[in-house]
Design a binder for this molecule. Structure first.
Ligand SMILES: NC(=O)C1=CN([C@@H]2O[C@H](COP(=O)(O)OP(=O)(O)OC[C@H]3O[C@@H](n4cnc5c(N)ncnc54)[C@H](OP(=O)(O)O)[C@@H]3O)[C@@H](O)[C@H]2O)C=CC1
Ligand SMILES: O=C1O[C@H](COP(=O)(O)O)[C@@H](O)[C@H](O)[C@H]1O
Length: 571
């Protein structure tokens, strides 16, 4: 199997390192508008998402009405010292349309963006500002639980969107972008955020051109980098090295959008603000932890990217591993980004390098149901017919520290399965003794407590307990103590990209991946991935829409585990 080089080698592309992105002016305040009576005040909430204060700027009034803005591509009349320019590089792409522009609009809709913000699209596709607005407008939605001034707000937002076409490796074209940014920034001090929503092979080119030609001279410049961050330890280290020729670590925001999901954010709150859980959070009470991701669709359209990475790199090494570290880390010194990331790194460094015998692989094959044909992975025209890239994997990981010694952390991730779901399952040990053994029957596994954090869909936290069935006699059954978010919090939950974009704007790094964290994550997976590819391990085929290959059951059984999502008594 051959793999394409996935980013340009930096030693050839870093021609001028003298003019790095300006990082002198750090974080502007988190500007969270809130309204007080009829007077619209710009209240600078100087707290970041973790409740910690960020640097403050003076309180500024913002204009009384939205009509104060000139939405015909010009600078608004409201007074403010600084501007925020967000450039989405790769604006014509799938992620930009599907997630980034809608998230920016949602932030604007909820008044989380600063007063003087603008959004710029940059890509090779030729488009006018108006064409970009038309494209974006197709995917914008207002909060279903709010809907106030929806259309007006959409128009206002679209009026703040502009487009610049250009090549990704052309400094000249980035200079043109800079001219456009300056024109719209109207001479004010500017903060600039670049979102690299592009394939990884052009990350370094874009960072080079943007740094040399379009970084802010008067404020901060930050870059959000999308995964994949390399495909193994070496390529990841090389990417980091290249990026750091133009950016400081503080300017790089490596995004893992699972860290922006509500239930993942809640993990630390659940653990560290509830005395009831923390004492149970160890090998003394927990038998195993399961991290499960499944999608009920295949690679559809992304086969070209996916075939070079596979499910382990696409989901396990990042999304599931990030959840694992948050789940398993010790109490951080504080909620500051560095304190949390230090704890996460400690977990990663305490983990046993993944072994091939602790991994099982699958690939989906075509399946026909009810007269409909569901294509197999290799039926995707962008995938080689003889591809052995796994679309499913299960793995057993271990943390060799005092808290977790011997507890299997099982991961399972797959595409084209029977359901779309992401969850964390914590299976507790059996009750010692045999007081109710007769009522449980012989299968004690079925009677253990299980805490489930359902990340998506339908966010929920539920605890499976044994309970007496009401009535005479003594019959036990399994019931759930259930915190169903939509019942308890009847409001729309923000998309992960909203939270992460806001954090990047605020300079809050807690939910972004630090470079040493990335190195440690790759160190766990790289030797196994290398061996897998060298030995050309062939994945077990499973039908599209099924529950995945049986190999996953054998792997779990080897560690005395039963997958909780297949138990049949789920809520
Ligand atoms: N889509 C998703 O659901 C997710 C994507 N990601 C990551 O986000 C990034 C963007 O993803 P996505 O939007 O799907 O990517 P796309 O393939 O849609 O690419 C984005 C844009 O980049 C340009 N482009 C595409 N291929 C090339 C190429 N070979 N050389 C130069 N430019 C190219 C195109 O713009 P133009 O031709 O106009 O220049 C395209 O519109 C990737 O790093 C991806 O891994 C991460 C999580 C989920
Ligand atoms: O990063 C990725 O995530 C998506 C799944 O994200 P979700 O928020 O919809 O659960 C996955 O489809 C994609 O393959 C992967 O690159």
């Amino acid at each position: 199997m051959t793999f394409t080089t996935h980013f340009s080698h930096c030693s050839t592309s870093c021609k001028d390192n003298s003019k790095l992105f300006s990082s002198s002016s750090r974080s502007s305040p988190a500007i969270h508008h809130r309204f007080s009576g009829s007077r619209r005040l710009c209240r600078f909430r100087i707290n970041s998402a973790n409740g910690n204060p960020l640097e403050a700027l003076p309180l500024l009034p913002i204009s009384e009405s939205a009509a104060d803005y000139d939405y015909d591509d010009n600078v608004e009349t409201g007074d403010s010292h600084s501007t925020l320019s967000i450039t989405v590089v790769g604006a014509s792409g799938d992620l930009a349309k599907k997630k980034i522009f809608p998230a920016l609009f949602a932030l604007y809709y909820e008044d989380w963006l600063p007063q003087n913000f603008r959004v710029f699209g940059y890509a090779r596709t030729k488009m006018t500002d108006e064409e970009l607005r038309n494209m974006i407008s197709r995917t914008l939605t207002c909060r279903v639980d709010k809907r106030e001034d929806c259309e007006q707000k959409m128009n206002h937002f679209l009026g703040r969107c502009f487009y610049q076409a250009g090549q990704y490796s052309s400094e000249e074209h980035f200079a043109e972008l800079d001219t456009k940014l300056k024109e719209k920034e109207g001479g004010k001090s500017s903060n600039r955020l670049f979102y690299l929503s592009i394939p990884p092979n052009i990350f370094v080119d874009v960072v080079r051109c943007a740094s040399l030609r379009a970084s802010s001279a008067t404020g901060w410049t930050r870059v959000i980098v999308e995964k994949p961050f390399g495909r193994d330890s070496e390529s990841s280290a090389e990417l980091t090295k290249c990026l750091k020729q133009y950016l400081t670590e503080e300017q790089i925001f490596r995004i893992d959008h699972y860290l922006g999901k509500e239930l993942v954010e809640n993990l630390s709150v659940l653990r560290f603000s509830n005395r009831v859980f923390e004492p149970l959070w160890s090998r003394d009470y927990i038998r195993n932890v399961q991290l499960i991701f499944s999608e009920d669709f295949g690679t559809e359209g992304r086969g070209g990217y996916f075939d070079n990475y596979g499910i382990i790199r696409d989901i396990m090494q990042n999304h599931l591993l990030q959840i694992l570290t948050l789940f398993a880390m010790e109490t951080p010194v504080s909620l500051d980004a560095e304190d949390i990331r230090n704890e996460k790194v400690k977990v990663l460094r305490s983990m046993k390098t993944l072994q091939l015998e602790d991994v099982t692989l699958g690939q989906y094959k075509g399946f026909s149901k009810g007269g409909k044909l569901y294509p197999g992975y290799t039926d995707d025209p962008t995938v080689p017919k003889d591809s052995i890239t796994p679309t499913f994997a299960a793995a057993a990981l271990f943390i060799n520290n005092a808290r977790w010694d011997g507890v299997p952390f099982l991961m399972k991730a797959g595409k084209a399965l029977h359901t779309k779901r992401a969850e964390i399952r914590v299976q507790f040990r059996h009750v010692p003794g045999n007081l109710y053994k007769r009522n449980f029957g012989t299968d004690l596994d079925k009677a253990t407590n299980e805490l489930v954090l359902r990340v998506q869909p339908d966010e929920a936290i539920y605890l499976k307990i044994n309970n007496k069935v009401p009535g005479l006699g003594m019959r036990l059954d399994r019931s759930d103590l259930n915190l169903l978010y939509k019942a308890r919090y009847p409001r729309e939950i923000p998309d992960a990209y909203e939270r992460l974009l806001l954090d990047a704007i605020e300079g809050e790094r807690r939910l972004f991946i630090r470079s040493d964290e990335l190195d440690a994550a790759w160190a766990l997976f790289s030797p196994m991935l290398k061996e897998l590819e060298e030995k050309r391990i062939v994945p077990e085929l499973y039908p599209y829409g099924s529950r995945g290959p049986v190999g996953a059951h054998y792997l779990a059984a080897k560690h005395d585990v039963r997958w909780g999502d297949l138990s049949g008594d789920d809520s």
